[in-house]
Write a protein that binds this ligand. Sequence first.
Ligand code: IDP
Ligand code: MG
Length: 139
Amino acid sequence: MSGKITFTMIKPDAVDNGHTGKIIDHIIQKGFKIVAMKYTRLSDEKAGEFYDIHRERPFFKDLVSFMTSGPIVAAVLEKENAVADFRNVIGATDPQKAEAGTIRNLYAKSIDANAIHGSDSDENAAREASFFFSAFERF
Ligand code: IDP
Ligand code: MG
């Protein structure tokens, strides 16, 4: 059964490049409802905890340092089949491989600074939403 919410972050590169407004509009145009949103900045500890699943990967240190390098916009999005549909809206992790018209194709420059995060499962969507928004702790 596919769930109704997913979690996203507009990453520091996209916020710094002034793409926040265009990305939010893109998300809304694709049929997602924003049910929580926050402009914030991650600490080393929070970024490490968020990406705990990647702790053993060679790029983990760079990922944490990138994700803490500037402000981000975190949001919870609602739509039928939210997780899978949103992964299609953002495109592949490597923007060179992201389909034309996806957010990463339009706004990302590299695999590490790739503009946006999207949850990869209903379970992680719930975990990530509750990580930023106490209102989602019940999901
Ligand atoms: P995803 O964001 O498309 O789900 P993941 O494999 O979950 O991709 O990786 C999390 C994040 O870690 C990516 O969005 C990207 O910022 C970074 N990342 C993934 N693979 C690499 C890599 O090979 N080099 C550098 N950074 C990477
Ligand atoms: Mg992922």
